[in-house]
Design a protein around this ligand. Sequence first.
Ligand code: NAP
Length: 280
Amino acid sequence: MKEIVLNDGNKIPIIGFGTYKSVKEDGVLAIKNALAKGYRLIDTAARYNNEEEVGKGIAEGGVDRKEIIVTTKLWRDNLGYKETKEAFELSLKKLGLTYIDLYLIHWPANAKNYNNWQKANADSWRAMEELQAEGRIKSIGVSNFWEEHLEALFQTANIIPAVNQIEFHPGYWQPELTAFCKENGITVESWSPLARGKILGNDVLNAIAEKHNRSVSQICLRWVIQHGVVVIPKSTTLQRIEENISIFDFALSEEEMQQINELPEMGFSGELPNIWPDRV
Ligand SMILES: NC(=O)c1ccc[n+]([C@@H]2O[C@H](COP(=O)([O-])OP(=O)(O)OC[C@H]3O[C@@H](n4cnc5c(N)ncnc54)[C@H](OP(=O)(O)O)[C@@H]3O)[C@@H](O)[C@H]2O)c1
């Protein structure tokens, strides 16, 4: 499995496993299946209300804890120094773990919804830096941060985020933000790499899939990793869990990469970090 070295020296696999909407017994089983099929990076969040199931799947999955990179996220209601520390403890407890590999601020406080959004993000970040120094978090990062949120964070941060997890799929891939992250040594992770299925009928993607004798999902995921971006597809279907990780024995040409880069906007979630939770 290809790995990415983060700016703090820790390594994560280039493909991981998403768990949004993966709950109850299906959620536990999905984690066990994913581990059995070779995934070693797991993505959850306090907001997904499935940290207990994810923890159970990890405990029952038969893979050494040290081999698994567990990501969870701080929800926006818990931004702030004290709130972050409390929310972190709760996530840890629900997951049944003694440390988190990658802890992310799920959404930035933004100018539309906070009087002092810079402080809300900075205070959370300070708490996360401390938790990292104590060894309770291996890597710290953010999610859905635009350049303006990152620039503001840089003003007070001692540590540059290791990761920025953003919406990134054919039809909406934020190339300028991706380039900015790369220039600053921040690894980009793609959420909704399949746009939750909304882009799978696209003709260009289907033609490329046919040429490679692959599924459209595999083409989307391969395109993401060929950008040097970490991808975390979600599925609770065993056959798809296996299909999605089987993307290391073919490659897209430069021309195909370009064709996908240039697809018109499609599958966009409507969630913009500067106004969210409002949508466009
Ligand atoms: N940081 C953030 O704000 C944020 C936001 C959204 C998502 N995320 C993370 O990113 C992960 C992935 O994003 P996502 O769950 O929104 O969307 P996604 O991975 O783009 O799509 C998941 C959907 O596609 C289906 N699917 C999966 N593999 C497939 C395949 N090979 N063929 C056809 N359909 C397939 C799944 O169905 P089945 O499960 O029924 O197979 C599910 O309905 C999330 O689970 C979450 O961990 C983070």
